[in-house]
Design a protein around this ligand. Structure first.
Ligand code: ADP
Length: 626
C-alpha cells in the first residue's frame, strides 16, 4: 500500500473544504455525478475509434446507493475508470493548474470565491464525508485500485478486486452537528430531489432504489413498501429542451455545474438553428471573468457534441477571440461522431456554425445594450476590454462588427456612452470626435488641454484602458467623423483672429522659443499658445503616436523605441510668458532654469517621468528661495 501526502496547495484547499466554509454543501452530489457522466462519455467516445473497446450503450449508467445504518453513500459508474497513475494524479492534486496561491490574510468571503473559481469538483465530497473510498478499474488496465483518504493527512492507494471497468465512490457521511444535518444525504427523498435539481439533464440514467408505497388491501387500507430501482433523471439535455420547458434556475444550475462557476451567468443565450447548418446551442456570458481569464492558461472554446455525444471539451474554433469569455455547448448533427481533430478544424460545417454563433452572440449583445442598459454596462465593465482588443486585432478587420458595442466615459454625461450616442449629440459646427487618454477619469479631467474643448461645449470621450487609443486608431473614422485627441497640437479650435494673434507672438519670439528648444532637446518644438485657458503649460503631441500610446510602448518588454513627437506649449496670456520674455533679455542663465522647470511641469501633467528629478527639485528650490 502506498501512503501519500497531498500536494501542499491541495492540502490547504482541502482544509478549507473540510472545515466547510462553503455553505451550499449539496453541490458535492452533482460534482460526483458530473464526473461519472464525463467518465462514461470518455468511454463511449473511445469505443467509437478503438475496436478493442466494446460497450453496450443501454448498459451505461450511474448508480446512487445509500445505507443509513452504515452512513455510506455510494456513487458508481461503468465509465472509463482510472489507471493507478491516473488515480494518483487526478485525486492527489486539487485544481491541477498549480497556480493556486493562498494568501494567509484572506477573508472568509475571499476563500469562498477561490473555491468557486477553481471548481474543486471531487474534493467537495469532503464537505460531507469524513472518509472517502474510490475503487476504480480502467479499461486500459487489468487491475483495479482503491484510493482511501480521511482528509488533509493524505491518501493511500492499494490494489483491489474490481471486476468491471468504472469507478465506485463510497462516502462515509459525517455525523450530524448542531448546524449541519448530514444525515439528510442518506435519505431517499433528499437524494432524489438533489438529483432532479442538479443532474436532471445528465444523458445517462442515474439509478437509485426508491420505496414504493403500494396498496396491499383496499378494504383494510393496508399498504406495503416495495423497493424498486428507478431512473431519477429525465436524461434530456437542457439544450434539446424547449426554452419554455426550462426554468431560469435550471439554466443557472446547468451552467454552474458544467463550467465550475459558483455564480450564476449574466446572460443565457439559447439558440436552435436549421438550414445552412443545424445545431442546438446553449451559450452563457459569465457574470465575472474567470480567475485565469487574462492569463495565457485560459482556453476559450465551446463544448462540442455530435448528435448528443461529447466530441470536444473546448472547441476553440467555435469562438472568435473577442468573444472568448463565452461558455457553452453546441450540439450538431452536421458532424460525424468519429471525426478527427485535424479534419474537424478544416470542416466546412464547423466554420458555418462558428459564423452563426458569432453573429448570434453579437446580436444578443446589441439587444442587451438597447433594452437593458444596466446589464450591458455590467457586462462591458467585465469584458469590454476584450471587444476593444477585437477591434484593433487582425488589422482591424472586425471593427465594423464591434464598434457599436464599445463604450467610453463621456465628459458631458459623466457616464458610459457609445460612439453612436456621441455622434448623435454633436452640436452644429463640431466636425470631430474628441477624446482624451489617461490613467483615470479624474486625471484626464484635470489635463490642461481638456479645458479648451469643454469651453466649446463639445463632449470628450475619456479613454482609460491602455487598449482604448489603439482601438480608436483602428476605427479611424466613425460615421464620417474623424477622431481627434485633445492632447494633439493642431486641434484647430481657435478662431482666425486668435490664430493670427498666436502666429504673430510666435514670430516675434522666434529666438526665445528656439533657445528653449535647444535647452530641452527632447521636444520637436516650443511655442506660445492661446488655447490654454488657466494653465501655464502643456505638452502636446504631433503625428500618429500620442503620449499615451508612447507610455504603452514604453511598458512593453521589447521596447521598440517608438516615441511621440512632443511640443511644449506655453500659455501666452499667463504671467509666466511675460516673465520668460523678461528673463530672456536680462538673465539667460535664469531663463534656462525656468525653461527646464516648465518642461518638467508639462511632463508631470502628461504623466511622463522626469529623467533628472533631483536636479529639477533643486532648481525649483533655488528659484522660489529668491
Ligand atoms: P474536474 O472534474 O473539474 O477535472 P475533479 O477534482 O472533480 O475535477 O476530478 C479530477 C479528475 O479525476 C477528473 O478530471 C477525472 O479525470 C478524474 N475523475 C474523477 N471522477 C472520476 C470518475 N468517476 N471516473 C473517472 N475519472 C474520474
Amino acid at each position: 500500500m502506498k501512503k501519500k501526502a497531498f500536494k501542499s496547495e491541495s492540502k490547504r484547499l482541502l482544509d478549507l473544504m473540510i472545515n466547510s466554509i462553503y455553505t451550499n454543501k449539496d453541490i458535492f452530489l452533482r460534482e460526483l455525478i458530473s464526473n461519472a457522466s464525463d467518465a462514461i462519455d470518455k468511454l463511449y467516445y473511445r469505443s467509437l475509434t478503438d475496436k478493442k473497446i466494446k460497450v453496450k450503450k443501454d448498459k451505461l449508467e450511474i448508480r446512487v446507493d445509500y445505507d443509513k445504518d452504515n452512513r455510506t453513500l455510494v456513487i458508481e459508474d461503468n465509465g472509463i475508470g482510472m489507471t493507478e497513475e491516473e488515480l494518483d494524479k487526478n485525486l492527489g492534486t486539487i485544481a491541477q493548474s498549480g497556480s493556486l496561491k493562498f494568501k494567509e490574510d484572506m477573508t472568509k468571503q475571499d476563500k469562498v470565491d477561490i473555491i468557486g473559481q477553481f471548481g474543486v469538483g471531487f474534493y467537495s465530497a469532503f464537505m460531507v464525508s469524513d472518509c472517502i473510498e474510490v475503487e476504480t478499474k480502467s479499461v486500459d488496465s487489468e487491475k483495479g485500485y482503491k484510493w482511501i483518504s480521511t482528509g488533509a493527512e493524505g491518501y493511500s492507494i492499494e490494489e483491489c478486486d474490481k471486476k468491471d471497468h468504472g469507478t465506485k465512490i463510497s462516502l462515509h457521511i459525517k455525523p450530524d452537528t448542531e448546524e449541519d444535518n448530514y444525515s439528510q444525504y442518506l435519505e431517499e427523498y433528499t437524494l432524489k430531489e438533489l438529483i432532479k435539481k442538479y443532474s436532471d439533464y445528465i444523458r445517462y440514467p442515474i439509478k437509485m432504489e426508491v420505496t414504493k408505497h403500494e396498496l396491499k388491501d383496499e378494504e383494510k387500507h393496508e399498504y406495503e413498501d416495495k423497493i424498486e430501482i428507478e431512473t431519477i433523471n429525465s436524461m434530456i439535455p437542457l439544450w434539446k429542451k424547449k426554452a419554455s420547458d426550462v426554468s431560469e434556475e435550471d439554466y443557472n444550475n446547468f451552467y454552474m455545474d458544467k463550467f465550475n462557476d459558483f455564480d450564476k451567468p449574466l446572460k443565457v443565450i439559447q439558440t436552435s438553428v436549421e438550414g445552412m447548418c443545424t445545431y442546438n446551442g446553449l451559450l452563457f456570458i459569465p457574470s465575472h471573468a474567470p480567475y485565469d481569464y487574462y492569463t495565457k492558461d485560459y482556453e476559450k472554446g465551446l463544448s462540442l457534441y455530435a448528435s448528443g455525444v461529447l466530441i470536444m471539451e473546448k472547441c476553440a474554433d467555435l469562438l472568435p477571440d473577442y468573444f472568448s469569455f463565452v461558455k457553452g455547448v453546441v450540439d450538431t448533427e452536421d458532424l460525424s461522431l468519429n471525426i478527427s481533430r485535424e479534419i474537424l478544424q478544416k470542416s466546412k460545417s464547423l466554420g458555418l456554425i462558428a459564423k452563426n454563433i458569432e453573429s448570434k452572440i453579437r446580436k444578443e449583445l446589441e439587444t442587451m445594450l438597447k433594452e437593458d442598459r444596466e446589464k450591458y454596462e455590467e457586462f462591458f465593465k467585465t469584458f469590454g476590454v476584450q471587444l476593444k482588443y477585437g477591434i484593433y486585432n487582425n488589422y482591424g478587420q472586425d471593427k465594423d462588427k464591434l464598434q457599436d458595442l464599445i463604450m467610453f466615459h463621456s465628459s458631458k454625461k459623466d457616464k458610459l456612452i457609445t460612439l453612436k450616442e456621441y455622434v448623435e449629440k454633436m452640436p452644429e459646427g463640431q466636425e470631430k470626435i474628441y477624446y482624451a487618454s489617461g490613467a483615470s477619469i479624474a486625471k484626464i479631467d484635470s489635463l490642461p488641454q481638456v479645458e479648451q474643448v469643454k469651453e466649446k461645449d463639445y463632449d470628450i470621450l475619456y479613454l482609460t484602458d491602455y487598449v482604448d487609443e489603439f482601438a480608436i486608431t483602428a476605427i479611424g473614422e466613425y460615421e464620417g467623423k474623424k477622431f481627434a485627441n485633445v492632447e494633439n497640437g493642431d486641434l484647430d479650435l481657435e478662431t482666425d483672429e486668435e490664430k493670427e494673434e498666436t502666429k504673430k507672438v510666435n514670430e516675434e519670439n522666434e529666438d526665445l522659443l528656439k533657445d528653449m528648444k535647444e535647452e530641452i532637446k527632447d521636444v520637436k518644438e516650443v511655442r506660445f499658445t492661446n488655447k490654454l485657458k488657466t494653465h501655464p503649460v502643456c505638452l502636446t503631441s504631433e503625428g500618429d503616436v500620442s503620449i499615451e500610446m508612447q507610455k504603452v510602448f514604453d511598458a512593453m518588454p521589447n521596447d521598440m523605441g517608438i516615441k511621440a513627437q512632443t511640443v511644449l506649449e506655453i500659455n501666452e496670456k499667463h504671467p509666466i510668458a511675460k516673465k520668460l520674455k523678461d528673463l530672456y533679455k536680462k538673465d539667460k542663465e535664469e531663463f534656462k532654469k525656468y525653461t527646464k522647470i516648465l518642461y518638467s511641469e508639462a511632463r508631470i501633467i502628461a504623466g511622463l517621468p522626469i529623467d533628472n528629478p533631483t536636479e529639477i527639485s533643486n532648481l525649483i528650490c533655488e528659484v522660489i528661495s529668491k
